[in-house]
Ligand binder design. Sequence first.
Ligand code: 0RA
Length: 425
Amino acid sequence: VSGIPTFDVSLKDIQVLEGLDAVRKRPGMYIGSTSVDGLHHLVYEIVDNSIDEAMGGHCDKIEVILHIDGSASVRDNGRGIPVSIVPKEGRSAVEVVMTVLHAGGKFDDKAFAFSGGLHGVGASVVNALSEWCSVEVRRDDKVHKQSYQRGKPDSPLAIIGTTDEHGTFTTFKPDHEIFADTTFVFETLTRRLKELAFLNKGLHIVLTDERTDQVADLKFDGGLVSYCEFLAKGKTPLHDKPLYIFGQTLTDTNSILGQVEVVLQWTDAYNESIFSFVNNINTMEGGTHLTGLKAALTRVVNSFAESSGMLKTFKDGITGEDIREGLVGICSVRVKNPEFQGQTKTKLGNTEVRTWVETVVAEKLTDYFNENPAVVRRIIQKIIDAARARIAAKKARELTRRKGALDFAGLPGKLPETFATTTLR
Ligand code: 0RA
């Protein structure tokens, strides 16, 4: 393609790793499965790239479109995937991103790139598992386009027009040779995209289903606070607004090492509902970020409960579970090198995150409690009620068991004989 520079410093780190034939041979290795979950994962992989662009502050809108022919599109208004020729490769960066495994995240400054995607493998995997795919990049006043069949380019990246817009527009049709069912489910995609809209405050995500004319227009300027209010709907709050906590750690060159966002709302409910996320991924199995949050809660609440004098009439002690009864909360962290563990790889393992989250939350929670003494008393009263109920339930359980044991132990002989004797009499 003419007029395109042959060198771009932001691309110097691109690495060549593996061909896409490996992906088609063992798709489950890259997207988890080839069930409907895997199918929807294709959309999430493409959306994740746009989310990274949004987290870097380069993009504020992502559109997802489900087409009548079974294909799906993702459009963002970011900078656009670089189109310049990668020196070592002799082809455009777009082509490298779309055809080389793991190429997606190997360049750019990465200052904000807390790449999501549980499998983190990017657009090339989606391309490999699609009957056909096309990418349009708008940048440098031009529209650039390339299309692919089962991961193989039809031709080099071409300029197909001029534009004053910028962004990336990817369309793909999942391959029926790979997926038994290639029908996208609007509600499934809406659920995840809504979660992403909550987790990324102010980001506008629109899902349009051209098959049914349904639209989900998702934008939450309150971010996690909106998410918390959504989760607490129908419960009676013990304090007016959810408590919002933000903390971040920068390197000596001011790039972001980690970010933590926590929102907490105590309610009069009896269940605990705390959700945790790492780099926009729902950590269903929890991990060090959640442990840190819980440790801070237990420590700070215990300290305030102690000094409130409210425990004078209640000597049995409160537990972490008592403290979290009726609590609606979300803990979202962004870390550079997340280590996912557990059965479903949804448990954060990084040990340094625990103390970091605990410190940030403990400090902000202490400030909030100091500024809101009336709220603190209401929360502590609720916690004492929870502890009383817990102890009463335990006593009732023990009593039932002891009575049961006495009934048998109090009677002579073995149980069946006793019954027989009783019956005969
Ligand atoms: C690396 C560098 C630059 C943009 C992107 C990645 C990018 C990738 C995707 C994937 C989907 N949407 C995207 N938007 C942007 C830009 C580097 C520069 O312009 O200086």
